[in-house]
Write a protein that binds this ligand. Sequence first.
Ligand code: SF4
Ligand code: SF4
Length: 313
Amino acid sequence: MDLTILYRGPLASCDYDCPYCPFAKRRDTGEQLRSDRAALERFTAWAAAQTGDRLSVLFTPWGEGLVRSWYRKALVELSRLPHIGRVAIQTNLSGRTGWLAGAERDRVALWCTYHPGQTPYERFLGRCRELTALGVRYSVGVVGLDEHLEEARRLRSALPPEVYLWVNAAEGQTYTDEQAARWTDLDPLFPYSRHPHRSAGLPCRTGESVVSVDGDGTVRRCHFVRAELGNLYDGSYRDSLGPRGCPRDVCDCHIGYVHLETLPLYDVFAGGVLERIPTRPVRIPAPDGLVPPDPDGITFPDPARRTLPFVSR
Ligand code: SF4
Ligand code: SF4
């Protein structure tokens, strides 16, 4: 069986203080950290033992995981196992990167978010350069707030062209076409993030080939649907896997809607769905409600076209 797992344990603390985040500067107690470590080590041991399956794992902690040794160890250990297709983590990249030298570069990857105001630009860029030098796969992104625009542009121009810079629409923000054009100039896929995706009843790979797992091993289809499919550790989830429509009205988070079968994002991100790295070059079809400037969409990256690739109908 091929299974993608989005793991989120009890960790809920972060070394940053982003104004748009509920986990900013939260501290876990020693007991909470011990629980998080035990849960992660249990999960890692389970994943290591599933040699009859092919697993891909994305750690999506609340807060920051890579400042904790057990997340770094889990990434290194899982990356070395032949039945693990990919192991990735969402991170603010605040920590050192040298430990990645011990990881299998074909399998490990980082989904990095730059938070201007929380870390000096040069330090973040330096960390990206370390990843490039180490040969580690990574994407970099920002939240599309006006105050981030200049820093995002600076970062885009400094990063190697092969490093994808994504932009997430800020929660609750409505973008004018003009604002959206500015962000789309940096990330041609921004139109997919700009509006929530209608998902009610639509086929979504979660619950079939993708699941969410928490620290107790409770399996759900995704992070956004609370209904339980069973438990990872007693194997009870297996019989529940199967195709099913989305029970929510909309899906507005990339780690969810990337799995919607009605969107073309598995083709766009083929080989890099978990760490959000697009295949290149790729023809990108227009999202709902938008039309491309030519019938086939655009080719990304296209250095000659740094303008809005999609326009409102
Ligand atoms: S780095 Fe991420 S988890 Fe930490 S405060 Fe900022 S948004 Fe929240
Ligand atoms: S579309 Fe989004 S909310 Fe619905 S099942 Fe898929 S990931 Fe979950």
